[in-house]
Design a protein around this ligand. Structure first.
Ligand SMILES: NC(=O)c1ccc[n+]([C@@H]2O[C@H](COP(=O)([O-])OP(=O)(O)OC[C@H]3O[C@@H](n4cnc5c(N)ncnc54)[C@H](O)[C@@H]3O)[C@@H](O)[C@H]2O)c1
Length: 245
């Protein structure tokens, strides 16, 4: 098993890619903190993991709340004694809202969830990782963090910020034994995109299809495991080739 005895926190793990990552990480031997606003969904993910003889704990977290993030980290430490992996996955979409139509309130919410929560969570887990001289963080960005029109103004800006922040902390803390990378998914079938994908063509994607949550989970396992130990500050697109054409 590729993540045997590792402890992983995954935010937004009640649904979509976060859920697929939680199930996959547990099947690779990780003990998983399934962190989400949606406690019913999180409990269902934990139940599925336990049915398959894995280990996981559901924690109710609004990633915009500092106290919730502190509780999430405490839950991992109290129950499992360490934190080896953090997958900053929770995120919301702005439905392609252009700048002129984006209210300041919408802008702040997108940034609070998609970006600021990653900075806050990172600052909570980094000191212990530095002390131990090991640990890995994977931030779920988007191809909207690489190109212009895969989201609206706030979403695109927030995901570009995730890419920049990932590179910054990878440069600063890489020498402490920690590796920090980002995944840039293209269009992936999840509850977030289910409605949009009913009418969207796939012909701009060289592989001519949308991605699946379990394919992103496979990449997350690789980036969280020692198999990627010379990768730091990488932003890895998983998009069927969308960003190369
Ligand atoms: N689906 C795609 O095509 C796609 C593409 C690129 C990037 N992404 C990114 O991948 C990540 C996961 O997306 P998904 O498609 O699986 O979405 P999803 O909507 O299926 O799941 C997101 C999860 O995050 C949780 N969440 C939302 N706000 C939260 C908050 N404030 N606190 C705690 N949990 C919260 C939700 O409850 C949900 O369980 C997001 O960061 C998204 O921006 C998605």
């Amino acid at each position: 098993m590729r993540l045997q005895n590792k402890v992983a926190i995954i935010t937004g793990a009640a649904s979509g890619m976060g859920k697929a990552e939680a199930l996959r990480f547990a099947s690779e031997g990780a003990k998983v903190i399934v962190a989400d606003l949606n406690m019913e969904g999180a409990e269902a993910v934990v139940a599925e993991i336990k049915e398959n003889n894995g280990e996981a704990l559901a924690v109710k977290v609004n990633v915009t709340e500092q106290a919730d993030l502190e509780n999430m980290v405490k839950a991992a430490m109290d129950n499992y004694g360490q934190i080896d992996i953090v997958i900053n996955n929770a995120g919301i979409f702005d439905k392609y809202t252009n700048s002129l139509e984006t209210t300041e309130q919408q802008w702040d919410l997108i940034f609070d969830i998609n970006m600021k929560a990653i900075y806050k969570t990172t600052n909570l887990v980094l000191p212990n990782m530095i002390e131990r001289g090991e640990g890995t963080i994977v931030n779920i960005a988007s191809i909207a963090g690489l190109v212009a029109q895969m989201g609206g103004a706030a979403y695109t800006a927030s995901k570009h910020a995730v890419v920049g922040y990932t590179k910054h902390i990878a440069a600063v803390y890489g020498s402490k034994g920690i590796k920090i990378n980002a995944i840039a998914p293209g269009t992936i079938r999840t509850p977030l995109t289910a409605d949009m994908l009913k009418t969207r063509p796939t012909n701009k994607i060289p592989l001519d299809r949308f991605g699946n949550d379990y394919e992103v989970a496979d990449l997350a396992v690789f980036l969280a495991s020692d198999e990627s130990k010379f990768m730091n500050g990488a932003v890895v697109p998983i998009d069927g080739g969308y960003t190369i054409v």
